[in-house]
Design a protein around this ligand. Sequence first.
Ligand code: KG4
Ligand code: ZN
Length: 323
Amino acid sequence: MNNIWLGIETSCDDTACAVLRDNGGFVEILSNCLYSQIDEHKAWGGVVPELASRAHLEKIVPVLRQALEEAKINVEDIGQIAYTQSPGLMGSLLVGINFARGLAKDLGIKCYGVNHLDGHICSALLNSQLSTLNSQLMALIVSGGHTELVLVNEKVIVGKTRDDAAGEAFDKSGKILGLGYPAGAAISKLAKNGDKNFHEFPRALSDANSFDFSFSGLKTAVLRYVQAKGEEFVKEHMADICASLQEAIADVLSLKAVNAAKKHGIENLILCGGVSANYRVRELMAERAAKNGLNLICPSPELCTDNGAMIAAAAIFPVKAKA
Ligand code: KG4
Ligand code: ZN
């Protein structure tokens, strides 16, 4: 079997293709290319599904060409294809699904539909020792659409958000603060120069035995705070507000993930998804994991947000989260 994989991701607003080589023990990323549609959606304050599918259609071939070029291979060298099957925006998914299936048919090779969340989990395994696959894993998936604690081997969700995802908490709060869309990375950048103890934003459902999350109250608390303090004050203390908001999110995420791993007797904790790019979430998770004797596994920063490499990885690695 040819060991070259093509991974295709089009579930939301990133058109992504990656080429990976499976050396049967070590998976190598030969290229990982992406067209981000952020600029197309920015003006609307969120992802517009029709614009997203149109942009995927326009960009998928150029992104594939770039991925092949960077990997220094021809399209005929691809041995098999993995694509995102679900979850995601239907129109966006369909572009990737049909493109992958058509290309596979044309090349006479197999293609595999994978779960986007499996992809996020496997993005962390791309950097870790493969022996981890023989261990029990707990994963905290934190993205724009999901916040879930998953017992990976058993495919059981032990906790999830009851309302907004952690990425949504960053994005919606950022919108209230006038930081544009999506705001996660902007908040994280501003927070670096701020005081995390400037204001105590609420931590919902923080009792030790609950592994569910709730972030909609946090967004409302930010709105009330901004209304009460006024525009001038907010502008003046933007870095401190961002640091305090980020701390509230990082605190809840790390506390629950570590408690869940301990409760289920699991030593390997994966942190993945777009929000895992956040330095404070990573820092606090690492601190608390170490204190509790847990092994924390995170994707490298460029693999945290949606990408094609994680989709190929989800087809290569024999671990699957709940579909
Ligand atoms: O995984 P992802 O690329 O797409 C989904 O599957 O949703 O995650 C996107 C989310 C957005 O909400 C974005 O604001 C957030 O990840 N994000 C961050 C950071 N970078 C991206 N949130 C906090 N800090 C960051 N540095
Ligand atoms: Zn994602």
